[in-house]
Design a protein around this ligand. Structure first.
Ligand SMILES: NC(=O)C1=CN([C@@H]2O[C@H](COP(=O)(O)OP(=O)(O)OC[C@H]3O[C@@H](n4cnc5c(N)ncnc54)[C@H](O)[C@@H]3O)[C@@H](O)[C@H]2O)C=CC1
Ligand SMILES: CC(=O)[C@](C)(O)C(=O)O
Ligand SMILES: [Mg+2]
Ligand SMILES: [Mg+2]
Length: 348
């Protein structure tokens, strides 16, 4: 375990050097990891674990598109691919990678199969933290651990295939065997994490829900829509409004932020741009602070969890989500984006 100083604050970080894959395999050598759910994280984690040499099986609803996807990814019916009940019975580590709302309906099935000494694994603190809403209360004799990749399951798999690793957080909620901590770290390494940051279930879910509703997804889409609208209403063409709002952001400037920080991106822009951005960023911070505080309160009060569960548990919810995404896709802004992207690939 390494102590690393982040901006003046010491934190505990696990690196692959001190906890190499061999050690992870050693810790989990007698375990069968049952990955339950084959949505986005399910495939990423199950395939990385399998390629890393762990004993993995997949549990999924039969006659679903995910079942077919699992088969096409090389999981074999009756050998490594089972209905959820069977996979949970075979598994000694039950990796609950169902959707957060879906976990509620399936919980009694998993709970029944969580016999003493088994491990319950999550990639989100949601089910445990919001137990008033989910009723997920694990038996006392099982370990309860978490490894949560800080990114999409798609990125987790892509990075793994290219030899890299996505950073994840990890946590122990319940240590019945005295081995929960090393199991959590071993799972983190096994699924293809780069560095592992220690957290607890509550902090993981509060920060995750805030991040995705805020800057990572909600605020990102919202501020893009607002700026695009202003430019269009002031007479700019769709392509001009899109280029100055999205294309330059994703293709030029955000990669520079990722590479070497905000000041580096600024330093690579004109003095005119730097002056204006430095003058205006405070206005944007102050304007969004109340919204972000409201968001955090909504997360901490359980309201966000309640809404996720309520909406996510209704029949036909996937189609509703699809329709909302289609509306986004078909808007002038994102239709313009599709055309701009084609021009991008043409110029390669
Ligand atoms: N999507 C991502 O990249 C990330 C997800 N997570 C967490 O990982 C977990 C899994 O997330 P995703 O892969 O996005 O899940 P998802 O929303 O794609 O759903 C996973 C699977 O659950 C199944 N499912 C849903 N309800 C069910 C039910 N009632 N009975 C049986 N199966 C049901 C779906 O068919 C799907 O195959 C969640 O806790 C999520 O918060 C964590 C980090 C990133
Ligand atoms: C990809 C990820 O980390 C998210 C945005 O939190 C999620 O998919 O839940
Ligand atoms: Mg996340
Ligand atoms: Mg999330």
């Amino acid at each position: 375990m390494a102590t690393i100083n982040f901006g003046g604050v010491d934190e505990t970080v696990i690196t692959r050097d001190e906890f190499p894959l061999d050690k992870a395999r050693q810790v989990l050598r007698d375990e069968t990891i049952a990955v339950i759910g084959y949505g986005v994280q399910g495939p990423g984690q199950a395939l990385n674990l399998r390629d890393n040499g762990f004993n993995v099986i997949v549990g999924q609803r039969q006659d679903s598109s995910s079942w077919e996807k699992a088969k096409s990814d090389g999981w074999i019916e009756g050998e490594t691919l089972f209905p959820i009940e069977e996979a949970a019975a075979h598994g000694t580590i039950i990796a609950n990678l169902l959707s957060d709302a879906g976990q509620i309906a399936v919980w009694p099935t998993l709970k029944e199969r969580l016999t003493p000494g088994k491990t319950l694994y999550f990639s989100h603190g949601f089910g445990i933290t919001f137990k008033e809403h989910t009723s997920i209360v694990p038996p006392a004799e099982v370990d309860v651990i978490l490894a949560a990749p800080k990114g999409s399951g798609t990125s987790l798999r892509r990075l793994f295939l290219s030899g890299g690793g996505l950073n994840s957080s990890f946590a122990v909620y319940q240590d019945a065997t005295g081995k929960a901590y090393e199991k959590a770290v071993a799972m983190g390494i096994g699924i293809g994490s780069g560095y592992l940051f220690e957290t607890d279930f509550k902090k993981e879910v509060y920060s995750d829900l805030t991040g995705e509703r805020g800057v990572l997804m909600g605020a990102l889409a919202g501020i893009i829509e607002a700026q695009y609208q202003v430019l269009r209403q002031r007479g700019h063409s769709p392509s001009e409004a899109f280029n100055e709002t999205v294309e330059e952001l994703t293709q030029s400037l955000v990669p520079l932020v990722g590479e070497n920080g905000m000041d580096w991106m600024y330093a690579n822009c004109s003095v005119t741009a730097q002056r204006g951005a430095l003058d205006w960023k405070g206005r944007f911070r102050e304007a969004t602070l109340p919204v972000l505080n409201e968001l955090y309160d909504s997360v901490a009060s359980g309201k966000e969890a309640e809404r996720t569960i309520q909406r996510g548990s209704t029949q036909g919810y996937r189609q509703e989500l699809e329709a909302e995404l289609a509306e986004l896709r078909e808007s002038e802004l994102w239709q313009t984006g599709a055309t701009v992207r084609q021009l991008r690939s043409l110029s390669k």
